[in-house]
Design a protein around this ligand. Structure first.
Ligand SMILES: Cc1ncc(COP(=O)(O)O)c(C=O)c1O
Ligand SMILES: N[C@@H](CCCC[NH3+])C(=O)O
Length: 419
């Protein structure tokens, strides 16, 4: 890989020094590698090719940047969306409506209509009433909505509890045991073509066993539904593959995943659908930040950087691990904490870890920030939204501009009765 690498003692993205982007665009800034996005997308696509009829839908919540979506659409990826906003982005990036899957536990009627009118490929239903409403909305318009039922297989994905979605206590999907009866009810509604089953048990999975257990349950359901006379042509296996955040962490390879899927689905005779997010985007981005101060700590020094939890929320939300590395390392290391400027004790990226020794004015990166990074940013503490840059070879483009606190304030109003 030539994407994120040390060249002449400084970190580059493809052939561009990160320091140049930081100088020209400012910090903090998300920087993505086209090459890495393509490599991840192709590795996933090529590993799954032997499975035959497949549909790939990038889970765009992981990185909804339009340039990224376009890049992935060019690699043959459709989109898995969870809101009208994400649907609009997928369409704007040129994803064909038939390649869009609409997931999500709380779709509004307006969003359902938007999806119907756009002609999207599949609605993943989360409850009976949703199916009834969708069927009625479609029938009123002389349309037929293609849909799958998202089931909750009650499997522990073995991931952080806050990103687990397939346990009985999670809000997602319908209890798998109730699915046959629900198919009987929804299967005969005019306006609805309930052609599939969907499952997604969680994110950042580092083992394949929970996925295989979930797929086995889906396989049993598939057989039961067919025995009852339902026609099932599609099964959506969701996303969830993890990436390596920590040194030594080894997520399942796309090939190992594909082998497991082949084994679990060998008799299914359906089109298999996939919704990968993190595995495509995670390693394709870093968050570049400048060290503002190194403040002596009572236990370890505090490296205070200009990025914060509002820019990259994962550490504060899930105690997630992101590597921290100097852009121009001097070879020395120290044990330190790394924190952002936000007024919260949880605005800490690194706790008591050995890292590159940095000083005020140095540039550094928070690694593996291409997924669930910029997309989860907020303007907390009236901080601007961070820009995003896409690199290809020795050129770059600003693919999302910095949105200043003043621009955000311009969208607000104070009612007359307070003036
Ligand atoms: C329904 C659905 N599909 C796909 C994804 C993408 O997951 P990941 O980024 O872990 O591949 C998610 C997020 O967990 C999801 O909820
Ligand atoms: N936002 C989470 C992943 C959630 C996936 C969506 N269900 C993360 O950063 O790890």
């Amino acid at each position: 890989m030539t994407d994120f690498s040390m060249i002449d003692g400084e970190l580059h993205v493809e052939s561009l020094p990160l320091a140049r982007i930081a100088a020209e665009v400012g910090t903090p800034v998300y920087v993505y590698s086209t090459e890495r996005f393509q490599a991840n997308a192709r590795a996933f696509r090529d590993a799954l090719k032997p499975l035959g009829r497949i549909h790939l839908a990038f889970a765009i919540k992981a990185n909804p940047n339009l340039a990224v979506l376009k890049l992935l659409a060019n690699e043959g990826f459709g989109a898995d969306v969870v809101s009208g906003g994400e649907m609009a982005r997928a369409l704007a990036a040129g994803v064909a409506p038939k390649d869009i899957v609409f997931s999500g536990v709380g779709k509004t009627r307006r969003e359902l209509v938007k999806g119907l009118e756009a002609g999207i490929g599949q609605f993943n239903l989360e409850l009976v009433e949703e199916g009834e409403v969708l069927a009625a909305l479609a029938a009123e318009r002389g349309l037929t909505a293609r849909a799958a039922l998202r089931v909750n297989p009650d499997v522990d994905a073995g991931t952080h509890e806050k990103i687990s979605t397939g346990k009985a206590e999670n809000k997602f999907g319908l209890p798998i045991g109730e699915a046959p009866e629900i198919f009987d009810r929804l299967g005969k509604l005019p306006g609805l073509d309930l052609h599939g089953i969907a499952v997604h048990i969680g994110s950042q999975l580092l083992g394949l066993a929970p996925l295989e257990a979930a797929f086995e349950r889906v396989g049993r359901l598939l057989a039961e539904l067919r025995a009852k006379g339902h026609t099932i042509t599609h099964v959506d296996l969701g996303g969830g593959l993890g990436v390596a955040y920590r040194p030594g962490e080894v997520p399942p390879s796309p090939e190992a995943y594909a082998e497991m899927v082949a084994r679990a689905t060998k008799d299914w005779d359906v089109e298999l659908m996939f919704e990968p997010g993190r595995t495509i985007a995670g390693s394709a981005g870093v968050l570049v930040t400048e060290v503002l101060w190194v403040k002596p700590g009572q236990v370890y020094p505090w490296v205070v950087v200009d990025a914060a939890m509002n820019d990259l929320a994962r550490v504060a939300l899930y105690d997630a691990y992101h590597g921290f590395a100097a852009v121009k390392p001097n070879g020395e290391r120290f044990v330190a904490n790394v924190a952002g400027p936000v007024c919260e004790s949880t605005d800490v990226f690194v706790k008591a870890r050995e890292i590159d020794a940095v000083k005020a004015g140095d540039l550094a990166v928070l690694e593996t920030a291409g997924a669930y990074g910029a997309t989860m940013a907020s303007t907390y503490n009236s901080r601007p939204l961070v820009p995003e840059v896409l690199v290809s070879g020795d050129r770059y483009a600003i693919v999302a501009g910095r949105i200043s606190a003043e621009e955000i304030m311009a969208a607000e109003d104070v009612p007359d009765w307070l003036k």
